[in-house]
Design a protein around this ligand. Structure first.
Ligand SMILES: NC(=O)C1=CN([C@@H]2O[C@H](COP(=O)(O)OP(=O)(O)OC[C@H]3O[C@@H](n4cnc5c(N)ncnc54)[C@H](OP(=O)(O)O)[C@@H]3O)[C@@H](O)[C@H]2O)C=CC1
Ligand SMILES: O=C(O)C1=N[C@H](C(=O)O)C[C@H](O)C1
Length: 242
């Protein structure tokens, strides 16, 4: 049975992954949390999953590369510097990074790209997300993933079009921009809505996460799929065959 090592094993996600792993055909090799040494686990596991914090990513990637162990990265709040680290690691080992490991959001990304491509930039795109009161990053990794899908559909990049959380006298909307709004409260697992607003009509594509097991099952599927892959950067759509 494939042995999965969990970085962030005592967190909300880490605990659910440990609970469902066996049902998905994997076993848990062990876990590391804040203050722990990531190196022994990287050698003990066939594949690693990271649901921890961006600050820990560099040391987790270094341990994975040194042990030649593939890694699924679910941690969000990543900066361009983190993506550069992931690209470098992917030259040595198999890596899959995604803001959302669920089947539903992976399909939603494809639908959003398609809608953005067909509608064109005179349809305004706004992305609204809501999460539980403990979430520390905004906008969510999923919102960013969906914004990137929309930007791809429009043959542009999110960096060029992104507008985060408006406040004050910000002026009228600039055509082609992609706006983000984040709500935080209660126990919401993760809700995302992509609004395409045109002249006199709106299209809304969305996803509501009801239970963290959707992310955990996707993460374990991704880990099992990644375990035997050669070096490279892979996507959830490849894992799920979408
Ligand atoms: N891609 C996806 O589908 C999903 C992604 N996420 C993302 O996963 C991440 C974790 O979420 P969640 O489980 O809710 O968060 P939690 O805060 O519940 O868990 C984070 C865990 O990481 C641990 N940690 C902190 N620093 C380190 C370190 N240096 N090395 C190893 N572990 C460390 C924490 O330990 P300690 O408590 O001791 O500090 C804690 O156990 C977030 O970025 C979240 O957005 C969440 C759900 C789905
Ligand atoms: O922190 C969370 O809880 C979640 N984080 C991910 C994100 O930032 O999109 C995925 C999911 O929405 C839950």
């Amino acid at each position: 049975m494939t042995a999965i090592g969990i970085y962030g094993s005592e967190g909300r996600m880490g605990r659910v992954i440990a609970t469902i792993a066996e049902d998905e055909g994997a076993r848990i090799a062990g876990g590391v949390d804040a203050g722990g040494d990531p190196v022994p686990l990287a050698h003990a596991a066939d594949v690693l999953v990271d649901f921890s914090t961006p600050a820990a990513l560099e040391s987790h990637l270094a341990a994975a590369v040194a042990a030649r162990t593939p890694m699924v990265i679910g941690t969000t709040g990543l900066l361009p510097t983190h993506h550069a680290m992931i690209d470098r690691a992917a030259q040595e080992i198999a890596v899959l990074q995604t803001g959302n490991t669920s089947l539903g959001v992976t399909l939603l990304g494809i639908l959003v790209q398609e809608a953005a491509q067909r509608l064109g930039s005179d349809w305004d795109i706004e992305i609204v997300e809501m999460h539980h009161r403990h979430k520390v990053d905004a906008p969510s990794g999923t919102a960013v993933l969906l914004g990137e899908a929309a930007a791809r559909g429009r043959r542009t990049t999110l960096n060029e079009e992104r507008v985060d959380g408006r406040a004050g006298l910000v002026g009228a909307r600039t055509e082609g921009t992609i706006g983000f709004s984040s709500l935080r409260g209660g126990t919401v697992v993760g809700d995302h809505l992509v609004v395409f607003a045109g002249e006199g009509e709106r299209i809304e594509l969305g996803h509501r996460g009801e239970d963290r097991s959707i992310f955990a099952r996707g993460a374990v599927k991704a880990a099992l799929w990644l375990a035997d892959r050669p070096a490279g950067r892979y996507s959830m759509a490849e894992v799920l065959g979408l």
